[in-house]
Design a protein around this ligand. Sequence first.
Ligand code: MN
Length: 255
Amino acid sequence: MSGRLTDVRGVDFHCHVDLYSDYVGLIAECDREQILTLAVTTTPKAWSRNRELAADSRYVHVGLGLHPQLVGERADELPLLERYLDSALFIGEVGLDASPRHYRTFAEQERVFERILEVCAEAGGKILSIHSVRCASKVLGYLEKHLLPDHGRAVMHWFTGSASEAARAASLGCYFSVNDAMLKAAKSRQVIAQLPLDRLLTETDGPFVMVNDRPARPRDTTKTLAGLAAARGMKSSAMAEIVEVNAARLQLVTK
Ligand code: MN
């Protein structure tokens, strides 16, 4: 007997729904295809509109975010994030980006990220989708300092750290949302093979990740699930059940 939920067919724990030209249709598609989706946002100003768009959806939840790549121009929206915090369960996309293009704002990114972690820890119970490009150790250090393991939960989105950094993240209680681009990278597949099963989730990071030369859509996570199952030597149906249970533990459930 399968333990799968009858009304859930997939989980997309990190999708930029508002960056698709057909975002209204995309939300309807998530409901029709029964894909639980976390619509992350990149600026606090996008929060209200995203919430309106997803209000009638049973499958799409919205995250309150301030993307590290936008901190240079949007740091002044931090007070807005704090104002909306009470009305948000999911926080994201937030984190740090130490890639060459964004390194010049790194000190400001750190200031903003630490403040976000502080207010989340104070509120308690928040679930964060975390960006950690080229600075996994630093991000984990801040998560440990302010949030984990007792004051909130963190999902490492598109984690590209080393195997030892992944082990540290897991020991802090982090989850990992895995996308198609990660499954194509040999190094990431090795890291994924070592992650605890009870921390695995799927994501698209659409529209940034492409599938078949078009932006990935939440429904594509059914294929990501198959890839993730293969990377762990499991059947897709067994992996689907694990990912659903993990998502439910993080309160990504039908409304
Ligand atoms: Mn993203």
